[in-house]
Ligand binder design. Structure first.
Ligand SMILES: *Cc1c(COP(=O)(O)O)cnc(C)c1O
Length: 241
């Protein structure tokens, strides 16, 4: 199978999952998660018409963004845990960050995005002068290291909203790994409930949830963005260093 054929197969599964949930397929967007895979693979999918790509590591994102700078419509999304000292490099390349989990990180992203707002508007379009932010929630509670604690969510949402360089667009979660995709469903439903408790779809239009293993369950629970890597690109080589 070619990468384009893999992509098409996933898009069909997304559309069917949306229809089963009584939703239009266009209400679910696919981020192709390219971490661990070479720029050539991204180029191949771009040629097939795909535009949204996700990376998890700031350094890898930076080098791929340089290698693929000629692909003018490509949109990068930072989906992995982000250290504050990487905020500066990331805001130059991405239209969204899905992994904001502290006020300190939000304010550093805001500061850095503000400094390059004009460059961002020129490169990505005026609507992207501000950086789209999704707040990552620790959906399994204390067992989970990444994501904001649920009792600190309200304060973080308010902080993102009050920063003029950021645009609050939604919530993101990564459920704990379970062998059965169905095991993730309660976590996805919980993120949807949290969204309802914190202003609903008006304030938080995007729910970024679901990966290769469980994106259909996520769509059933209301995902508007799914992040799929392995099912498109194949297994990732083990990460070095
Ligand atoms: C790697 C990664 C994905 C994609 O995972 P697959 O199982 O390969 O689809 C999605 N979201 C995040 C945050 C990731 O780090």
């Amino acid at each position: 199978m070619t990468l384009a054929a893999n992509l098409e197969a996933i898009e069909r599964r997304i559309a069917r999952a949306a229809e089963r949930a009584g939703r239009a397929p266009s209400t679910v967007r696919l981020i192709a998660v390219s971490k661990g895979h070479p720029s050539a693979a991204i180029r191949e999918l771009y040629a097939a018409g795909h535009r949204d790509f996700g990376e998890s590591y700031a350094q890898e994102l930076e080098s791929k963004a340089a290698e693929l700078a000629d692909l003018g419509e490509l949109r990068w999304h930072m989906i992995g845990h982000l250290q504050r000292n990487k905020a500066r490099s990331v805001v130059r390349h991405v239209t969204s960050v899905h992994s904001v989990d502290s006020i300190a990180l939000a304010s550093e992203l805001g500061r850095r995005a503000r400094a390059v707002a004009e460059e961002r508007a020129q490169r990505f379009g005026p609507e992207h002068a501000r950086l789209d932010v999704l707040v990552e929630v620790s959906i399994a509670g204390e067992a989970q290291k990444s994501g904001v604690a649920q009792d600190a969510l309200a304060e973080l949402l308010a902080a993102v909203e009050s920063d003029p360089a950021l645009r609050l667009v939604g919530l993101m979660c990564i459920p704990p790994w379970g062998d059965e995709p169905e095991a993730a469903r309660p976590y996805f439903e919980k993120l949807a409930r949290l969204r309802d408790e914190h202003g609903g779809a008006e304030r938080l239009p995007e729910l970024s949830m679901g990966m290769t293993h469980d994106f259909e369950q996520a769509i059933a629970a209301g995902a508007t963005i799914v992040r799929v890597g392995t099912a498109i690109f194949g297994e990732r080589p083990p990460r070095r260093g």
